[in-house]
Design a protein around this ligand. Sequence first.
Ligand code: SAM
Length: 228
Amino acid sequence: METSGSMSHKIVVVGIGPGHPEYMLPAARQRILGAKVLVGGRRALSQFSSKDQITMAVTRDIPAVLAFIRVQLSRSDVVVMVSGDPGYYSMLDALRREFPRDRMEVIPGISSLQMAFSRLALPWHDARLLSFHGRRPEKEQLAYRPGALLGLLTDGEYHSKKISALLMEMGWPEETEMFICERLSYEDEEITALTLSEAAAREAVGNCVLIVWDKAGGEIYAPLGNGR
Ligand SMILES: C[S@@+](CC[C@H](N)C(=O)[O-])C[C@H]1O[C@@H](n2cnc3c(N)ncnc32)[C@H](O)[C@@H]1O
C-alpha cells in the first residue's frame, strides 16, 4: 500500500482555461506558481513557468512525458497544465490509465467549448459535444436533427472546411449556421458566422471551436429538450 514519504507525492492536473490568464481559476494559478515541477505545452510553459521550476514540454511523445512524471514524483508533486478543462480531452486520460486516483488531484478549468457557447450567449445543456482533435466522431453522432446544436473541437486536419462539407454530406441543410471561434479569450479572438456552404468554400480554419446550430426556422433561441 502506498502510504507515506515519496510515495505520497501527487500529480496535480490543472486546467488553465482557454488561454488568457483572466479566465484561469485562482486555485489553478496558485498550484502553478507553487509548483517545483511543471509540465505543459510549450505555449503554457512560456506563459506560466518561472526559472526556478523543473519543466518538461509535452510533445507527441506521451510515454516520455509519463516517464518524466514518474521519476519526478519520487521527490516532489508534479503539476501538469492542460488547456481548457482536464476532463474534456486532455492528458488526464493518459495519466488516469497510468496512475491511481489517490495519486491525483484535478483542478478544473473553463473549457474552450464553454467559452464559445458563452460568447454566443447560447445555453449548451442540449448541445452535442464532439471532438475532431486527433480523433473522428462516429457517423451517427454527426447525424442531422432539426434544431440540433453541435460544439466541436477541431485540429489542423479536420478543420472548418472539411467538417462543414462532411456535415452537408450527413444531411445538414447548407444554410445551417456555423460559428468559427478562434483564439478564444486572447486579444485577437475572432468569431465568424457563416453558413455551412460558405464555410466549405472558404479557407480552412483548424484548432478552433466550431458551433453548428440548426435554428429550425427561427432566429430566436428555442430549447427543444433532450434527444437532439
Ligand atoms: C486537445 S484539445 C483540448 C480541449 C480542452 N481540454 C478544453 O476543454 O477546451 C485542443 C482543442 O481545443 C480547442 N481549443 C483550445 N483552446 C482554444 C481557444 N483558446 N480557442 C479556440 N479553440 C480552442 C481547439 O479545438 C483545440 O484544437
